[in-house]
Design a protein around this ligand. Structure first.
Ligand code: 26V
Length: 808
């Protein structure tokens, strides 16, 4: 345990030895690196010990393979988990330095797009904090998710070169590098016993170099590993001795393409595109991870490889790593001499698959030719998996014969990755109750009929350590003061707060923390946008990727509606509101970019209209990322979770804001349903079509959007304003949105849900006027949020799927 004095000494020594500077002279960057080095050293011993214990105990372990780990900054969370956050912050202050400024030196590790990648990061925190033997495996992209700038309301993307300065949290392990093979020719030989042997010629070799990032558990001395693979040129490459010109050029080509494999993160999480580089990334990750797993298994466990599934479980995060199925088959058969049947037995008992979306446009289907050329041996195995699977249905399930084309792994010259993942795994899970039901009864019904035992639900969660304890220390103190500190290790204990829901002094504390956090956010808004917001207005927040199904458009329609109302009736008694948006659009997603532009346009009219004053403000914060979320969420009062019902698999921002005392306004979609089931209708604002209604409309060709346009004057006015009408004193032109809604029949039901949404916001406005009642709602939300800690989620994965016991 450090005191300010001992920490000060440590810091002084570090600065002197490593940077050759003093506390007085040190820049914030110097201090950042000095603190990082202290924390990393602090974790090193436990890192070693944890690995040794895993080896000694010979227990089951999980590998979580994901194309994305959206870990954000690590300084504060590592300090927190090592019990040093307070002492470090106090020391920096005692030295007259601003701790915030030091922590802000860290560039976010944005190795993910959104929900899926952040979930993986929360899981790592919970796995370590609950003492499970779990390892993350991902890609060390040189460029993370693009940086967003807004120029004249338009999103512009800049490359995110997050490694331009030293990244202190990684350790390069070149001695553990592996080779991944692409292309080439497969040769088949018959062995004496008649079985087949495969060898590969003329393959392109890529070197996979691991960079390890420590993952510290909270106050438990466990330090796990997130292993990120980087693609490099093999050091001594004999294939450079090309004996022909074409081989030589091929080689140069290959050298050039290697570096691209871990070059950048694909930024489009809404529309799948069959890009060759993307499948190379996927295979690179999967092959390196599996070779590594087998190597570690042989080092760590005494049992033969035929028992791999008894010691190892591999969770694949969506279908992106689903080549793990044929790759594990390949290694077991070609490198380890297993028969098909033996390899299949082990593979399908080792791999478990999580689905994160039912949106058909995001489902991965790779062209057969691409996989055949790039991964000829892997393709042979996929082909065989498909043959055997389809034959199995034909003979064992004659009743399903005519559904074979629907479930085949290969159909219409495409490899259907979700089918591959389901067939090749022992567990298939959705990420919230509704989502899993939709998978079972609709999206994946034929598979559910075939393998009901594989399907299960694991409702998502978030790490309450980062998303409450770390980002909202003032609220955490109020909570601890009331119910003691046990909630930090057992978040379900937050329910104890319900005892205080009528305790006025407690409610006052909760509300003054929120007020404080709002002031802090107001300051940030002022610094970044120059806009002064009214700190007594309702902070109404929608922060997430920009997607049509998430319906930022419905939100901005509400703003336009209120603006129109105020212009018609300036005396209207309206509680002031600050609408806060932050969102990145995929660079090629035209409609999403139009919505960003519209939000900016509306903001510029509304924010500059003297008649409106501070009754309405519209704020768009640029470059949404984890560290910006950490600054907005503690100040949120209203959490917008307004996706078209059935479309949002779970959502996790809903959980983060609830945990920080915001009230949800949302549809009955994803985890919103489970939030409602816990807090009850009086503590949440639910509106709009439910998933059955939405799915029913889809089944019958949609609803009549034009009908609403013609009957609802409020809607017509807004739509006409978009269609080149007047908005405030400005002309506006958002014809694409206008036509999309009216002539593509509003596929996300924006107009259909408009009226219930407006009505619900009127109810919200009335509720907010009764501050005491609002504070009680806020407390209920915090109290019930314990269920949405990823600790609960990880316990469920560990006991139902992974069968893991915590480290002794
Ligand atoms: C798809 C693609 C398509 C190809 C290129 C890159 C890329 C990257 C990611 C994705 C997956 C999108 C699926 C996703 O992020 N789902 C979200 O998962 C969250 C965690 O389970 C969940 O809370 C959100 O509701 C769900 O939309």
């Amino acid at each position: 345990m450090y005191t300010i004095k001992t920490f000060q000494q440590l810091l002084t020594d570090k600065l002197a030895k490593h940077q050759g500077t003093t506390v007085e002279e040190a820049s914030d960057k110097d201090l950042y690196y000095a603190v990082a080095s202290i924390v990393k050293e602090e974790m090193n011993e436990n890192w070693l010990k944890t690995r040794q214990k895993y080896k000694e105990q010979d227990e089951r372990q999980v590998y979580y393979i994901s194309m994305e780990f959206l870990i954000g900054r690590l300084m504060e969370s590592n300090l927190l988990n090592c019990g040093m956050l307070d002492v470090c912050t106090d020391t920096l202050k005692s030295l007259g330095r601003d701790p915030e400024a030091v922590y802000n030196q860290e560039h976010d590790a944005a190795l993910g797009n959104g929900g899926l990648g952040r979930l993986a990061a929360c899981f790592l925190d919970s796995i370590a904090s609950l003492r499970y033997a779990g390892h993350g495996s991902g890609i060390r992209y040189r460029y993370g998710l693009f940086e967003q700038r807004i120029i004249h309301g338009n999103q512009v993307e800049l490359p995110d070169y997050w490694l331009k300065e030293d990244y202190p949290w990684e350790t390069r392990k070149p001695e553990e590098a592996l080779k991944v093979q692409f292309g080439g020719e497969v040769h088949t030989h018959r062995r004496f016993d008649g079985s087949l042997e495969f060898s590969y010629n003329d393959v392109d070799i890529v070197r996979a170099v691991p960079y390890d990032v420590q993952v510290a558990g909270y106050d438990n001395d466990v330090v796990n590993t997130l292993r990120l693979w980087s693609a490099e040129l093999p050091p001594e490459d004999s294939s450079i001795l090309a004996d022909s010109e074409s081989k030589y050029y091929h080689h140069l080509d290959h050298m050039h393409s290697i570096e691209q494999i871990s070059g950048f993160l694909y930024p489009d999480d809404s529309h799948y595109e069959g890009k060759e580089l993307r499948i190379k990334q996927q295979y690179f990750l999967v092959s390196a991870t599996l070779q590594n797993i087998i190597r570690e298994y042989k080092e760590r466990h005494r049992a033969p490889l035929h028992k791999l599934h008894e010691k190892i479980v591999i969770q694949i995060n969506d279908t992106h790593p689903s080549l793990a199925v044929p790759e594990l088959m390949r290694i077991l058969m070609d490198d380890e001499g297993f028969s098909w049947e033996e390899a299949w037995e082990v593979t399908t008992q080792t791999i478990a698959y999580t689905n994160h979306t039912t949106l058909s446009e995001a489902l991965e289907k790779w062209p057969v030719d691409m996989i055949k050329n790039l991964l000829p041996r892997v393709f042979m195995i996929i082909y065989e998996i498909n043959e055997r699977f389809c034959k199995g249905i034909w003979f064992d399930h004659p009743e399903l014969r005519d559904r074979i084309p629907e479930v085949a792994v290969i159909a219409h010259d495409q490899v259907h990755m979700a089918h591959l993942a389901i067939v090749g795994s022992f567990s298939v899970n959705g990420v919230a109750k509704l989502h899993t039901e939709i998978l079972k009864n609709k999206e994946m019904k034929p598979f559910y009929d075939l393998f009901p035992e594989k399907f299960n639900n694991k409702t998502n969660g978030i790490t309450h350590r980062r998303w409450l304890l770390q980002v909202n220390p003032k609220l955490s103190d109020v909570i601890t003061e009331a119910i003691g500190p046990q909630w930090i290790k057992q978040p379900s204990k937050l329910i104890g707060l319900m005892r205080y829901s009528n305790d006025q002094p407690f409610l006052d504390k909760i509300s003054s923390v929120k007020q404080h956090n709002k002031l802090v956010l107001a300051q940030l808004i002022k610094e970044r946008t120059g806009i002064t917001v009214n700190e007594n207005s309702i902070f109404d927040v929608q922060i997430k990727r920009l997607h049509e199904y998430k319906r930022q458009l419905l939100n901005i329609f509400h703003v336009i509606y209120l603006y129109n109302e105020l212009k018609d009736n300036p005396a209207l008694d309206l509680t002031p509101r600050t609408f806060i948006f932050a969102a990145k659009a995929a660079p090629s997603y035209h409609m999403a970019k139009e919505v960003i532009k519209l939000i900016h346009h509306v903001a510029s009219v509304v924010n500059n209209d003297k008649d409106i004053g501070d009754k309405l403000k519209v704020i768009f914060l640029e470059n949404y990322n984890v560290s910006l979320a950490e600054k907005i969420i503690p100040a949120a009062e209203l959490s917008e979770q307004i996706s078209t019902a059935s479309k949002e698999a779970s959502g996790t921002g809903n959980m983060k804001m609830m945990m920080n005392g915001a009230i949800t306004v949302g549809t009955l979609d994803g985890a919103n349903i489970e939030i409602r089931d816990l807090v009850g209708d009086p503590n949440i604002f639910i509106f709009g079509l439910n998933s059955e209604e939405v799915l029913d409309y889809y089944a019958h060709g949609g609803y009549n959007a034009k009908g609403i346009y013609h009957t609802d004057e409020r809607v017509r006015k807004i739509m006409d304003q978009l269609n080149g009408g007047e908005f405030g004193s400005q002309e506006i032109e958002f014809k694409d949105i206008f036509y999309h809604i009216l002539y593509n029949n509003d596929p996300y039901f924006v107009l259909k849900d408009f009226d219930p949404y407006i009505e619900t916001h009127e109810l919200i406005e009335r509720s907010y006027r009764n501050q005491k009642a609002w504070q009680k709602m806020s407390v209920a939300n915090i109290a019930y949020s314990g269920k949405f800690s990823s600790d609960r989620t990880i316990h469920e994965y560990a006991s139902d799927i992974w069968k893991l016991k915590p480290l002794k």
